[in-house]
Design a protein around this ligand. Structure first.
Ligand code: GLN
Ligand code: ZN
Length: 763
């Protein structure tokens, strides 16, 4: 028999129960017992959904109160010293201290889980001395599942990915030292599982889809040989997010019982794997997308599975999602306000579980046994393929009519610079901000009331205008050079545009975990994108009408809108991105025509889209840069294009950043003490740069002197005339009490720099 399996179910609950449970526990309004009970009922519900659907291998250990990598740190006793852990059981207080920090000890670092929007806690290796099994959560949950009649398939993160995703914090410690220390612990875990009568364990090794070195390859062979021989529990080695590429033979020959491969993002590897997979190995194929929200084409999936079965036979084949479903929302049936045509094209985790069961049943009992389900699936997909809601011939024609001059400014930067200098007449070290200003209670309330329908459009516009006027007057009063309108009308930099563009849909409950108790609800790009009317012009023009100083229009770039949404899967990403690029281009043109002289197009997500393997970077960067330029290059030379990026390591993509050819880029650098600028200096970056001079993510108010020091650092590597002065990101999360002194210090720092420069030029 072919087996129906799952690799992980969303832990947050269909109504965000986990968020409520953890946040109320943190506030102290509920007890630890309440928290644990909430966890228990979420697990029970999730397991039953899977069991009732007919999944035989149900993951246990995928549930976490914060993050599954943090759970591994706790399980293995990998707790940094600063949390004063006593070496006993890692308790709830220590666990959340690691996640969130305490007054005395900062939280552990967090970073993106491969190329998803999920953030994991980065393991820290300071010493190997304290490593030992230090929680019983996994084993308790296995017993809990068994008591409910669920056959658990525990899931843990494998040792090589655990180490590879972590940071070594000691000069005297090597990766091998850690591996030697961890191996016995993994063996103990497997022995405990065996004692609990567990048949299969899923060990995740996503590092296998990345570029790894020879030493790592050897380690894979050796470690898994040892693990396998230490237990009778069958090991499923899970890889996902990409194809195995160079590591195909390695992965197939790692001596375990089964290998999972992602066929959604690594579809081309199937033939090779079927030809070369050792005869004794079971193959788990990821046919249902664990990272997106579209209904699976069951016919295509079943055909692939049948092909796989010809090689493996039924008993050596498992049907699975491409990866854990923690990257997708819980249940589409909760969506009552969604357009019903679009809704039938969607499958969230609960529906995907059914799809896995249907595919498996079709294999085991024949397609006839699921004839009705297949007919429904086909009808819905046919309606999607031919829907006029998706396909807009005008958009397709516009895309095919794009010509190469549309991807570049009329004159090169050197010429534009002089034209702009004449118009803007800015001092050296010009000051500006990144766009948003504090979102006060009045602003939020007005927006919420307007959305609910309890505030009239006129009153809403009046409230926003009041906010804009306040921000403009304030910036004038402290003598900022290039002003912004403050983004009062925006709740979110992607949603705001998505709501006004055609081709986007929104959900009520489509939440996915970003990190800890922070969830996001990305818009869904389902169709060809058009801009029915201008989106920001009225706000920017109003703001500009209030002042003689130049005001920056403020837009989100195509690449960021793309990656912060669920993306349609029926055309290449680049195609969808180009459509957004054209819509933004129209907005840029409208702003220019309305007399806006500077326009900022934010692209904080440009680095996020980078493929996992370096070999694929160039192709991605090519279209990402093109889409940005498509959006920004429709203007005259006199119009100054700004862009903004944050949270990125730019060093390895500096060439592409330069290729964006924005007149001014503002970037996050203050936390790295301007280190980042070395890349710009080494590359001889030609255009203007605003290195963020203070960290807006902290409530701390920076002194003028600190910012002068950072600017002097910047002057050491860049030309003074290239440098702008700005914070490192938008100010919307800060209060006015924090923003005012910080910006005032920033303006006086810029003035100090100007005075010093004038003096040195005079001398
Ligand atoms: N313009 C946006 C703001 O100021 C930029 C936000 C971001 O970079 N994430 O809020
Ligand atoms: Zn930013």
């Amino acid at each position: 028999m072919v087996t129906a399996t799952n690799l992980g179910f969303p832990r947050i609950g269909g109504k965000r129960e986990l968020k409520k449970a953890t946040e109320s526990f943190w506030k102290g309004t509920t007890s630890e017992a309440d928290l644990f009970n909430a966890g228990k009922s979420l697990r029970l519900k999730n397991w039953n959904v899977q069991k009732d659907a007919g999944i035989t291998h149900i993951p246990v250990g995928d549930f976490s109160f914060y993050d599954h990598v943090l759970d591994m740190c706790a399980l293995l006793g990998c707790v940094p010293k600063r949390y004063n852990w006593d070496g006993g059981k890692v308790d709830t207080a220590t666990y959340f201290a690691m996640a969130r920090g305490t007054d005395d000890a900062p939280a552990m670092e967090m970073t993106k889980w491969f190329n998803t929007n999920y953030h994991y806690i980065v393991p820290e290796f300071e010493t190997v001395e304290n490593l030992k099994l230090s929680t019983t959560k996994l084993f308790d949950e296995i017993k809990e599942a068994q008591a409910l009649g669920i056959t658990p398939r525990p899931v843990i993160l494998g040792p090589l990915s655990f180490i590879g995703l972590g940071k070594i914090k000691s000069d005297t410690l090597s990766r091998d030292d850690i591996l030697i220390a961890l191996l016995p612990l993994y063996t103990q875990i497997l022995q405990k599982l065996e004692a609990l009568n567990v048949e299969w364990v899923q060990i995740d090794e996503p590092l296998l889809v990345t570029d790894i070195c020879d030493g790592m390859r050897q380690a894979y062979r050796k470690i898994y040989g040892t693990l396998k021989s230490s237990t009778n529990v069958k090991i499923l080695l899970a890889t996902y997010f990409e194809e195995l590429g160079e590591n195909k033979d390695l992965a197939m020959n790692i001596d375990v019982h089964a290998l999972h491969i992602d066929l959604k993002r690594g579809g081309t590897q199937l033939d090779y794997i079927l030809q070369h997979l050792p005869r004794e190995r079971t193959l788990s194929i990821g046919l249902v997308d664990g990272r997106n929200i579209w209904r699976t084409d069951l016919d295509v999936a079943i055909t692939l599975a049948e092909k796989a079965r010809e090689s493996t036979g039924s008993s050596r084949l498992m049907i699975a999602p491409s990866c854990s479903m923690i990257h997708c929302p819980v249940d589409v049936s909760q969506e009552t306000k969604c357009d019903s045509d679009i809704k039938e094209w969607l499958a969230f985790a609960t529906q995907k579980i059914d799809e896995i069961a249907i595919i498996t049943k079709a294999l085991n009992e024949g397609r006839d046994s699921v004839a009705q389900e297949l007919a429904d699936n086909k009808a819905a997909l046919d309606r999607r393929t031919t829907s006029t809601k998706i396909h807009n011939p005008d958009v397709k024609e516009r895309i095919s009519a794009i010509t190469s001059p549309m991807y570049s400014r009329k004159a090169p930067y050197n010429a534009r610079k002089d034209v702009q200098a004449d118009i803007f007449k800015l001092p050296s070290f010009p000051t500006t901000t990144i766009g948003s200003f504090p979102q006060t209670k009045e602003i939020r309330q007005a927006r919420a009331a307007y959305k609910k329908g309890s505030l009239s459009q006129d009153s809403y516009i009046a409230a926003m205008k009041k906010g804009i006027e306040h921000v403009v007057r304030y910036q004038e009063s402290i003598d900022i050079d290039v002003l912004v309108h403050g983004e009062a009308e925006r709740n979110d930099m992607v949603e705001y545009f998505g709501e006004q563009l055609d081709g986007f849909a929104f959900t009520q409950f489509g939440w996915v975990q970003s990190y800890g108790s922070r969830y996001v609800k990305p818009p869904i790009i389902f169709g060809d994108i058009t801009r029915p009317k201008a989106m920001t012009v009225k706000w920017s023009s109003y703001a500009q009408s209030l002042t003689e100083r130049p005001l920056k229009g403020m837009l989100t770039g195509p690449v960021t809108i793309l990656f912060w949404s669920f993306i349609r899967d029926d055309q290449p990403l680049s195609e969808t991105c180009r459509q957004i690029g054209l819509a933004i281009r129209d907005e840029v043109t409208d702003l220019e025509n309305a007399g806006i002289k500077a326009i900022q197009i934010d692209e904080p997500a440009i680095r996020e889209g980078l493929p996992i393997r370096k070999d694929d970077w160039a192709a991605y960067l090519k279209w990402a840069v093109e889409c940005f330029k498509l959006s920004s290059c429709g203007v005259a030379d006199k119009t100054q294009i700004h862009t903004h990026m944050c949270y990125s390591e730019f060093n390895d993509i500096i060439e592409s950043i330069a290729a964006l050819d924005a007149d001014v880029i503002s970037i996050e650098t203050s936390r790295s003490q301007m280190e980042l600028l070395d890349a710009f200096a080494d590359y001889n970056y030609p255009n203007e740069i605003g290195p963020g001079v203070y960290d807006i993510h902290s409530p701390r108010i920076p002194a003028e002197g600190e910012m002068v020091a950072l600017l002097n650092k910047a002057c050491a590597v860049l030309k003074a005339q290239q440098i702008w002065v700005n914070p490192d990101c938008g100010l919307k999360t800060r209060s006015w009490d924090e923003v005012k002194p910080a910006l005032e210090h920033m303006v006086s720092a810029a003035k100090k720099m100007r005075a010093a420069r004038a003096k040195s030029q005079a001398a």
